[in-house]
Design a protein around this ligand. Structure first.
Ligand SMILES: [Ca+2]
Length: 466
């Protein structure tokens, strides 16, 4: 029986504060979507940008192979080792559990000995290339937060491309090319991640770093370096995440670079060892992968701090009145202003950019013709008019400014709705008046505007005793 799995997301503030730690989980700053608070108007919610904690994303993917029947063992095959063509005691048989190498063994728990791995058929149709595509699909946008690491139990491929899709597999872009000879395989100059700068971060490179060295059995991994790329903005130990957030906030291309819905590993040529391909012993050449690491975050546009995994699909638990798998739109009845993603800025709590309920205030910035500009006050969850003219004030310019009073014979949208109190500056206490225009007089003064004196008083810049 399958239960929905809730990714819980309590960021560890402790870890954030340990400055000397390598690669602190500073992304965890954004772990709360809202908090309770108080204003003059009573209790309210304060909204903050928030996002789910980074996690092992291989638990939530589906894997597809192309060709679909490329996994070894049907019919059963015997394999030789690359180093010693006479050592042919590895058997693959899909019908026997202990001898089968299905794709899910690329994602099971590793750390056991011997390792478990997926394995392809051997290169029986040489010289036709032995090419295999491994597609990992999340059916959901995710943001990569750590290096992608692929561990090969065969030799590492001599040619391979890592590709990504941002549109659920409709279109693909390369992430990185891998070859023993980049010029020969892809007509690209060989580079490494160390050649990349802030300005060339989006460049796609070919690297020879992860293809050579089959003889060194420990060099089994092929890597796509995410953290080295982060470090170009956040510093070598990722101390200055604020700088990275700032860049991610303002540069959509950069944000998209680390965002994927699918990954595709295109295996184009298996390891062949140091010598020519031995056509008489093609059982030496195949692909075998024991582990693929993809660490990332369920992408919710900074509008959710958790995702649920239900019916084999990740979905954001949207806050801020947003909805959709990525919190990518406003809920019904919360469309008083256009949807926008949350922002990492200002550090450390960001801006929630919540969706505004239609029912809070008039939807179309109603200011009784005294203003045509409104502003949304997030703390109060309210739309208010800005720069009310004609001596008005208030959320909808429905009140008179101090020193003015309501003209009882004018409608609310009349330019003359507010009349100057016109209180005599010497005779009255303040320049304010009541709702009928009467000013508050100083001792001895009288009249609506306090410009006359009571009996026994004489006018002399105000009313003085006789
Ligand atoms: Ca495994």
């Amino acid at each position: 029986m399958r239960f929905p799995l809730l990714l819980t997301l309590q960021a560890s503030w402790l870890t954030v504060c340990v400055a000397t730690q390598h690669y602190p989980t500073t992304w965890g700053h954004y772990d709360l979507c809202k908090s309770h608070g108080y204003t003059d108007e009573g209790p309210t919610w304060y909204y903050m940008a928030c996002q789910p904690e980074a996690a092992d994303m291989t638990k939530y993917l589906k894997v597809f192979l192309d060709p679909p029947n490329i996994t070894c063992g049907d019919p059963p095959e015997t394999y030789c080792t690359l180093e010693n063509p006479y050592m042919c005691n590895n058997e693959c048989d899909a019908a026997t559990e202990e001898l089968a190498h299905p794709p899910e063994l690329m994602f099971d728990f590793e750390g056991r000995n011997p390792t478990t791995f997926w394995q392809s058929s051997s290169w029986k149709k040489y010289p036709k290339p032995l090419a295999v595509n491994i597609t990992l699909s999340w059916n959901k946008t995710i943001e990569l937060t750590d290096d992608i690491v692929i561990t090969f139990e065969s030799g590492r491929p001599e040619q391979m491309v890592l590709e990504k899709s941002l549109d659920y597999g409709r279109s693909w872009q390369p992430y990185q090319f891998y070859a023993t000879d980049c010029l020969d395989a892809f007509t690209m100059e060989p580079k490494t991640v160390r050649d990349i700068t802030q300005h060339t971060l989006l460049d796609i490179i070919c690297t020879e770093e992860y293809s050579r060295g089959y003889v060194w059995k420990n060099d089994k991994t092929v890597r796509f370096e995410i953290k080295d790329r982060f470090a170009l903005f956040a510093g070598p130990k990722l101390h200055n995440m604020a700088s990275l957030y700032g860049q991610l906030d303002t540069t959509k291309n950069l944000r998209d670079f680390f965002t994927i819905t699918d990954l595709r590993i295109r295996l184009l040529r298996p390891a062949t060892g140091a010598t020519m391909v031995d056509e008489n012993n093609l059982s030496r050449y195949f692909y075998a992968i024991s582990d693929i690491k993809v660490h990332g975050r369920c992408k919710c546009n900074l509008h959710a701090n958790s995702c649920i995994y239900d019916k084999e699909k990740l979905t954001c638990e949207c806050e801020h009145n947003t909805t959709g798998p990525d919190c990518g739109r406003c809920k019904r009845n919360y469309q008083a202003r256009a949807w926008s993603a949350g922002s990492y800025l200002p550090i450390p709590k960001g801006t929630a950019n919540i969706c505004v309920p239609n029912s809070v205030g008039p939807v179309n910035c109603e200011c009784f013709s005294h203003s045509n500009r409104c502003s949304y006050i997030e703390v109060l969850n309210t739309v208010i008019c800005v720069s009310c003219k004609h001596n008005t004030r208030g959320q909808h310019c429905q009140l008179c400014k101090l020193g003015y009073y309501r003209n009882a014979s004018a409608e609310l949208d009349d330019e003359n709705v507010c009349i100057d109190c016109n209180c005599n500056p010497f005779g009255s206490d303040t320049d304010r008046c009541n709702g009928t225009g009467y000013c508050k007089c100083k001792e001895g003064a009288t009249g609506a505007k306090c410009h006359e004196c009571l009996p026994g008083y004489l006018w002399d810049n105000g009313c003085k005793c006789k």
